[in-house]
Ligand binder design. Structure first.
Ligand code: DHB
Length: 313
């Protein structure tokens, strides 16, 4: 069974990755997960300086979902290089470093510094954190700004450049087309959906910033529709993300057009979900008599003349 796929100059072992922010820098789950069964690890977002993130409470459980407002808490790029990268280099999987910043220049500084170091196989750019005042969604909901960040970063690296898009826009397909034209190799679809949870008794919002990013199975149908829209709009690979808990969920994302998937919220229940999903996709493909998991990508049986989405695009 062929499980892998190629992005730019990198051959990934399989199509299952762990999503940024849900797997730390790999070392937290050192004794729990055999990462050699993953396509790769997306690290927690890095910025130039360390960030403490938002005040607590930062996480609330919602029906079939999780609302978070971490605020891009991270150790900063210098501590990452010194303290985390040496361990990540020992792992038998690919490492994609996620970057978040408050200015175009900061994105460039972080990527430029990381690009000089061994052991990083690609970059995923977070232009869509819902929980910070500067950067975050103010970039990711502005198509020209997103394209500008992409082209500035493209000039700095030969490694795969993946832009993580927000669903909090009207036409995500337009953003995907803009970043493709600006030189992105792939897009991650999607980041969290802006949400809110309220405690009726205390009359307080359940996260300190009032609204947060919603993830988990609650958002899977939204994510499938966004991946489908992007797949109809561009021909670059898509990392499908949003509420994947099982191999069958992952196959659904492949069918609507994702070339790979990322497991996020499920890692907080079981950090080895990605390994289980990777094995499960392989047995599903075998049962279907396939030779290559890539045969599932975009293989949805859809009467396109009935899709309302088609008339929007
Ligand atoms: C955070 C960042 C995200 O991209 C996201 O979707 C949710 C939360 C954060 O660090 O706050």
């Amino acid at each position: 069974m062929k499980t892998g796929f190629t992005l730019r100059n990198v051959q990934f072992r399989n199509r299952v990755f762990v999503a940024s922010g849900t797997f730390g820098y790999g070392d937290e789950v050192r004794n729990l997960v055999d990462v050699s069964h993953l396509g790769g690890i997306m690290t927690k977002s890095l910025s130039w300086k360390p960030r403490d993130g938002n005040p607590p409470p930062r996480i609330a459980e919602t029906p079939s979902g999780m609302l978070n407002s971490i605020g891009l808490a991270n150790i900063g790029v210098h501590a990452f290089i010194e303290k985390k990268l040496p361990y990540l280099r020992t792992l038998d999987t690919h490492i994609v470093v996620n970057i978040a910043a408050s200015s175009v220049q900061e994105y460039c500084d972080v990527l430029g510094l990381l690009d000089e170091h061994e052991g990083i196989h690609g970059f995923e750019i977070n232009v869509s954190c819902p929980n910070v005042k500067e950067g975050g969604l103010s970039f990711g909901t502005d198509c020209d700004r997103t394209a500008e960040i992409t082209s500035r970063l493209r000039a700095l690296t030969e490694k795969p450049l993946i832009i993580k898009l927000t669903p909090n826009v009207t036409h995500i397909g337009q953003f995907a087309a803009a970043v493709k034209d600006a030189g992105a190799d792939a897009v991650s679809v999607m980041n969290t959906v802006i949400g809110m949870a309220v405690d009726a008794r205390t009359r307080k919002p359940k996260v300190s910033t009032v609204t947060g990013g919603l993830s988990g199975p609650a958002i899977k149908p939204i994510a499938l529709a966004k991946v489908y829209e992007v797949a109809q709009s561009v021909d670059i690979p898509i990392f499908g993300i949003g509420g994947i808990m099982t191999a069958e969920d992952a196959v659904e994302f492949l069918l609507v057009g994702a070339s790979a998937v990322q497991i996020g919220t499920a890692n907080f229940i079981d950090p080895s979900t990605g390994v289980t999903v990777a094995k499960g996709i392989e047995s599903f493909a075998r049962q279907q008599g396939l030779n290559d998991i890539g045969e599932l990508v975009g293989a949805l049986n859809a009467r396109k003349d009935f899709s309302v989405l088609q008339s929007w695009l």
